[in-house]
Design a protein around this ligand. Structure first.
Ligand code: TYM
Length: 334
């Protein structure tokens, strides 16, 4: 059966980028019931940069709550946090011995995150794509829905799988496909249309958080940077207008329509009318999610119980795959 795997790091609040690029699509895939769906709160990934231990607990529950509040059903999907399934870390070690340094050195996300200070980064941040490959391949996942920024890591996962299969002359790991479809696969910063919207950007005005209230969302869209020209008639007219393109794509993804349709419904609209319409649509979509998240977060024990149950189901798939991998590699088991 085709199987979907994807994950989200609990490293600070979730953004509209995480919602449109990942969570919303995870729910659609689950509901389409064409694939088995496995979703993970990637806590081992989060600690590649410093996380306050107490905040990590809260952030892990918050990502779990976001999944649940958006419509992930822990019966129909497997939902768990990575560190409760020890096979992730174990397979990652095997992959560290398969992956070449030259491949890692090409990872653009590490370069961006490390900036000029690569020497001061953790080894974990550098090796992170190998852990991500373990996440995916442990379940023999065939499809990996991600935003544009994770594409290179899924491609590396294919290289790792292919080299493992080749070196050990087996056909153990299927090569997974990244699934990057639809508008808003790279939601941009509201203050700078050339940079990605991220959890860690310095100003809160540059992102929409899943937990922002209606007034905040309206204010952020109203202050979003744009050029002065009105919306173009056609999508070709968005060329060279990154901020305008971003807002149109966000609208399209929220409404579940194509960017061309957004332009057709708002012919030649100015920002004074388009921005409030966009904010209204965002509030309509996000406020039920944030309300339900708050309700779930009030009962952390219930979230923990669901995650533990999900981890049990994940282990049932992961354990035989890891055993088989150890056997292939020649690690002696009593
Ligand atoms: P993370 O936690 O940074 O982001 C989670 C998901 O959200 C997407 N995303 C965006 N999509 C569109 N526009 C944006 N501005 C934006 N920002 C984030 C990301 O592409 C991602 O899909 N390493 C991963 C988590 C992970 C994972 C995995 C993913 C761990 N193991 C296995 C897939 C498969 C990460 O840090 O994502």
């Amino acid at each position: 059966t085709p199987r979907v795997f994807s994950g989200i790091k609990p490293s600070g609040g979730l953004t509209l980028g995480n919602y449109l690029g990942a969570i919303k699509r995870f729910v659609q895939t689950q509901d389409a019931a064409t694939h088995e769906t496995i979703y993970c709160v990637a806590d081992l990934h989060a600690i590649t940069v410093w996380q306050d231990p107490k905040e990590l607990h809260a952030a892990t529950r918050e990502v779990a709550a976001a999944f649940l509040a958006s419509g992930i059903d822990p019966e129909r999907s497997v939902l768990f946090n990575q560190s409760q399934v020890s096979q992730h870390a174990e397979l990652a070690w095997i992959f560290n011995c398969v992956t070449r340094l030259g491949w890692m050195n090409r990872m653009t996300q590490f370069k961006e995150k490390a900036g000029k200070n690569a020497e001061a980064q953790s080894l974990g941040l550098y090796a992170y794509p190998s852990l991500m490959a373990a996440d995916i391949l442990l379940y023999h996942a065939t499809h990996v829905p991600v935003g544009e920024d994770q594409k290179q890591h899924v491609e590396l996962t294919r290289d790792i799988a292919a080299k493992f299969n080749h070196d050990y002359k087996v056909d153990l790991f299927p090569l997974p496909e990244p699934v990057i479809e639809g508008p808003a696969m790279r939601v941009m910063n509201l203050r700078d249309g050339t940079r990605k919207m991220s959890k860690s950007g310095e100003s809160d005005m540059e992102r929409i958080n899943l937990t922002d209230d209606a007034d905040t969302i309206l204010r952020k869209f109203q202050k979003a940077r744009t050029d002065p020209a009105p919306l173009p008639e056609t999508v070709e007219g968005l060329q060279g207008r990154p901020e305008a393109r971003n807002l149109v794509e966000i609208y399209a993804a929220l409404a579940g329509i194509a960017p061309a349709e957004v332009l057709a419904r708002h012919p030649g609209a100015g920002w004074g009318t388009f921005k409030p319409a966009l904010a209204e649509l965002a509030v309509e979509t996000l406020s039920p999610v944030s309300r339900e998240m708050a309700r779930l977060m009030a009962d952390p024990a219930e979230i923990d119980r669901l995650l533990a149950r999900g981890a049990e189901r994940a282990r049932a798939i992961a354990a035989p795959v890891l055993s088989r991998t150890y056997e292939v590699v020649g690690l002696l088991r009593g």
